[in-house]
Design a binder for this molecule. Structure first.
Ligand code: ZN
Length: 322
């Protein structure tokens, strides 16, 4: 049977991954029972309206370009793109509460993506009354979750003890938002998780602050974007070393969609043979242990798009929203 054939590989994987799990995920969360959470939503909708109400700056919904942005030519490009660089971002919504690691990790992600694109893509912090292309909204996640407490439902999920890569979303439907995940018990054969979540539909709540990054597209061009970062006291874990989640969301801001996901077995979890999926920065669940760089295919695609096809291999192996 396929499963039995993979046991040896899984045992080795478990030893490596379990160490990584403790050091990269659990330790980083500041809460020994909390594991890494992925995106708030699994599918980024192409034209979902950007909610501007969370911003308190002068960043309207118009497409006025940053004065310093160079207008660029894209006649050779069919892929979804912005029409200028650099992209101006602004930290909005009580930015001071995200000072320190949350903002630093975000800026690190902007730099990683810029560098990988040979600086064809670049970001500047919006100053004064400049219009921002990207609103980075600072949110206290725990405060928002309190409002959802009574809508929350929980269930126990039992997985094979080797299945340490688990975010909760793997066993939920699209449209469910994970509010917490805790390990209830471990023994020689199983891990039992308590996954609590809220079904978004039918709940009157502004989900944007809890969702991942989103973009607004006008006439085939990305015209604005938003991204949420969480205050340090939100207890939202981030990855040590490489800011996997932030880089993932910067790629959403640039129009990239999630990769396809392999089969998640209800008991065995992910299969070792599908390891390559987890290493893709656009895998829907950002497992810190696996995402350690911006993959070359995205870097090449960004170079290609933002050089109007002059450099870079192209975008054959990546997915765009829409
Ligand atoms: Zn995502």
């Amino acid at each position: 049977m396929e499963v039995e054939g993979e046991i040896l590989g899984l045992v080795i994987l478990f030893l490596v991954v379990s160490a990584a799990f403790y050091f990269f995920i659990v330790r980083d969360s500041g809460d020994s029972e909390e594991v890494n959470l992925p995106d708030g939503s699994r599918n980024l909708s192409t034209t979902r309206a950007v909610n501007q109400t969370t911003g308190n700056a002068t960043n309207g919904n118009n497409t006025t370009q940053n004065e310093t942005a160079a207008s660029m030519s894209f006649e050779n490009i069919e892929e979804l793109h912005w029409d200028h660089m650099p992209l101006a971002y602004r930290i909005v919504n009580n930015a001071s509460r995200c000072e320190g690691a949350p903002i630093a990790e975000m800026k690190k992600a902007f730099e990683i993506v810029s560098k990988a694109s040979s600086y064809k893509v670049n970001f500047t912090e919006s100053v004064g009354n400049e219009t921002a292309d990207v609103n980075v909204s600072c949110v206290n996640r725990l405060e928002l979750l309190k409002e959802l407490k009574e809508k929350e439902v929980c269930k126990n999920v039992v997985l094979d003890y080797r299945s340490v890569q688990f975010s909760g979303y793997e066993v939920l439907a699209d449209g469910d938002y994970v509010t917490s995940i805790n390990i209830v018990s471990r023994n020689d054969s199983t891990n039992t998780y308590k996954v609590c979540y809220v079904r978004k539909s039918g709940v009157s709540f502004d989900w944007d602050p809890l969702d991942e990054a989103s973009i607004k597209v006008k006439g085939g061009i990305i015209s604005s974007a938003r991204k949420t970062i969480y205050t340090l006291d939100s207890k939202y874990p981030s990855c040590i070393g490489f800011p996997a989640k932030e880089v993932h969301d910067v790629m959403h801001i640039l129009g990239f969609a999630h990769t396809e996901t392999p089969v998640f077995d209800d008991y065995y979890g992910w299969f070792f043979k599908d390891l390559r999926y987890f290493k893709d920065v656009m895998f829907p669940y950002s497992y810190c242990a696996y995402i350690t760089e911006l993959n070359d295919n995205y870097a090449e695609c960004l170079k290609y798009i933002y050089s109007n096809g002059e450099i870079g291999i192209g975008c054959a192996s990546v997915k765009f929203v829409g």
